[in-house]
Design a protein around this ligand. Structure first.
Ligand SMILES: CC(C)=CCC/C(C)=C/CC/C(C)=C/CC/C(C)=C/CC/C(C)=C/CC/C(C)=C/CC/C(C)=C/COP(=O)(O)OP(=O)(O)O
Ligand SMILES: O=P(O)(O)OC[C@@H](O)CO
Ligand SMILES: [Mg+2]
Length: 229
C-alpha cells in the first residue's frame, strides 16, 4: 500500500476556501498525498469540489471520512478515524457499524485505511465533538498505541494535537512502541523546524491549518520532512 511510504501529508479542509493558485502550489509541492478532512461543516459539495480540483495534478488524494453523507467515489483512499480516547462509542465504532450496515455490500475494503486516533488537544474541535478524554499520562497514551497495534491491528495510529504543537517526548515514546502500525503525527506544525523535529519520530507528518494561514511556511515543511531520516 502506497500510504506505508508517505512521509508528508497536506490536510485540506473542505469547509475552507483555497485559491487555485495556492492549491496548485500545495499539489505540486512534493507532498506525498492530499488528505481531505475536517470536523465542522463538512459537505458533499466541499468534498467533491476538492476532488475535482486536486485531480488535475498527479498527487494522490485521500478522503478522511468524518460524515457518511459526505462520502463520494473517486478518491484513491478512504481513511476512517476511530477515536480510541473518546468516551462515546459513537466515535469509536457506532457510526462505523451504521455505515457498514448500509453500504457493506458495495464497499471496496482495500481502499479503506483505519486510523486509531488519540486526540490530545482538549481545545480542538475534534476533541470537543468526539468527547475525547485528553488528560492522559504517557502510560495511557502508550497503552492506546499498544491497543491500536497489538489488539486492533490498526494500520495507522494518529497522535492528534490539531491546532497546537504537540509534545515531542510523547511522539518519541509512542514511536518506540510501534513496529507494524504506522505513526501519524498532526497538529500545530507551522514551520520547517517543527516539521523536521516531528519527522524524527513520526513516520508521517500531517500539516493542516498553516496552509490557510501562511502558505510559504506550509510549503517549507515538505522539504523539511523529506530531508529528515
Ligand atoms: C467508493 C466509496 C463510496 C467508498 C466508501 C464506502 C463507505 C461508505 C465507507 C464508510 C466506511 C466507514 C466505516 C465509515 C465510518 C463513518 C464515520 C462517520 C466515522 C466517524 C469518523 C469520526 C470519528 C469523526 C470524528 C471527527 C474526526 C476525528 C475527524 C478526523 C479529522 C480531524 C481530527 C480533523 C481535525 O479537525 P479540524 O476541523 O481540523 O480541527 P480544528 O477545527 O481544531 O482545526
Ligand atoms: O491543522 P493542524 O493543526 O496542522 O493539524 C493537522 C491535522 O492533524 C488536523 O487533523
Ligand atoms: Mg483544521
Amino acid at each position: 500500500m502506497e500510504y506505508l511510504e508517505w512521509r508528508h501529508v497536506f490536510k485540506l479542509d473542505p469547509a475552507k476556501e483555497i485559491s487555485d493558485e495556492a492549491l496548485e502550489k500545495i499539489c505540486e509541492s512534493g507532498t506525498d498525498v492530499i488528505l481531505v478532512g475536517g470536523t465542522d461543516d463538512i459537505t458533499l459539495d466541499g468534498v467533491l469540489d476538492l476532488l475535482v480540483r486536486v485531480r488535475r495534478f498527479e498527487v494522490p488524494i485521500a478522503l478522511e471520512i468524518s460524515t457518511i453523507d459526505s462520502v463520494t467515489p473517486g478518491y484513491d483512499y478512504y481513511f476512517i478515524p476511530t477515536v480510541l480516547n473518546s468516551d462515546d462509542p459513537k466515535w469509536i465504532k457506532n457510526l462505523h457499524h451504521e455505515a457498514i450496515k448500509e453500504y457493506g455490500d458495495i464497499m471496496v475494503w482495500d481502499e479503506l485505511v483505519a486510523e486509531g486516533y488519540c486526540i490530545l488537544n482538549p481545545h480542538s474541535k475534534a476533541a470537543e465533538v468526539t468527547n475525547a478524554k485528553t488528560d492522559l499520562s504517557l502510560d495511557d497514551i502508550v497503552a492506546y498505541a499498544r491497543l491500536a497495534e497489538n489488539f486492533f491491528k490498526l494500520p495507522v495510529f494518529y497522535i492528534e494535537y490539531s491546532g497546537t504543537y504537540g509534545d515531542i517526548s510523547v511522539v518519541s515514546a509512542v514511536k518506540q512502541e510501534l513496529k507494524n502500525t504506522r505513526l501519524f503525527y498532526g497538529g500545530g506544525v507551522t514551520s520547517a523546524k517543527q516539521a523536521a523535529e516531528m519527522a524524527k519520530y513520526a513516520d508521517t507528518v500531517v500539516v493542516g491549518n498553516i496552509i490557510y494561514d501562511d502558505l510559504k511556511a506550509a510549503l517549507a515543511t515538505v522539504k523539511a520532512v523529506k530531508n529528515t531520516i
